[in-house]
Design a protein around this ligand. Sequence first.
Ligand code: URA
Length: 304
Amino acid sequence: MRAALTAITDELRRLKTTGVKTVTVSDESVAALRRVVASRRSGFTPDTKSAAPLAMSRVKPDLRPIPVAARPAPVSTGTPIPPPPTVVLPTGDKQTRWNALLALVQNDAVCRSHVRPGKKVVLGVGNVDAKIMFVGEAPGAEEEVQGEPFVGPAGQLLTKMIQAMGLQRAEVYIGNIMNWRPEMATAPGAGQVGNRPPTEDEMRYCLPYLRAQIEVVNPDLLVALGTTAAQGLLGFGSFKAIGEIRGQWREFAGKPLMVTYHPSYILRNQSNRSKRMIWEDLLKVMERAAMPISDKQRGFFLSK
Ligand code: URA
């Protein structure tokens, strides 16, 4: 892998010397590169030595919660979003109902109209008998290619967080507020670069699909990952900054809801202190789910 990265860097340097100023990279290639970089640096491993990469160890992390107002504006592409759908599922076992829900979402004309050619509408993934359901924001570049939530860098980190809890990814359920990647204007022929938070209308449209997943899976507990997930579940304007409500139990659809930071917060602040904040929220989830917690787990990320 190192050799492949070196070859890419060399080629980019060579192109630069020939006067090339821009190169077009497909979403798939960006996704593959991000996966390599993430696997090299984004640990949620409770190992104090590897907690912060060398280059960051001299930088004081910015641990202030990101105020809602400071996030990129959720600007839509202008397509009006119709009223939310009414989701009616067949009777039957959980898997039958979930399969029907998947078909509904994948055939939803509004969802489809927001997905670029070759990209996918994304429903949640995981165990339909899960006790814990994580809720994120929206699919990103990798998710809309694979059609699965949390498979990019933030997803790999979420998987490590789940493993630190003593669970496997396949034992929990992972969903998103949104079923499509919120579009941004892109140069003709180029793939979308970056993400924007969904608008209130976009979230309102997709929410019935999330409610339906909660109804089918019927988890004991929900965990909202980040500001957008918390806004989607608790309502726009229900808090100013996620720091105000993270670590607290709320309620959604009759289920206890823990609000914590999005894993991408750790990708930006790879310090034990920021990992510990999320970890403390997850310890509360483990306690409420009556999961065994070892002394070792209780002490994860305590050192500075
Ligand atoms: N971030 C999210 O909130 N959801 C995903 O599926 C991927 C990244």
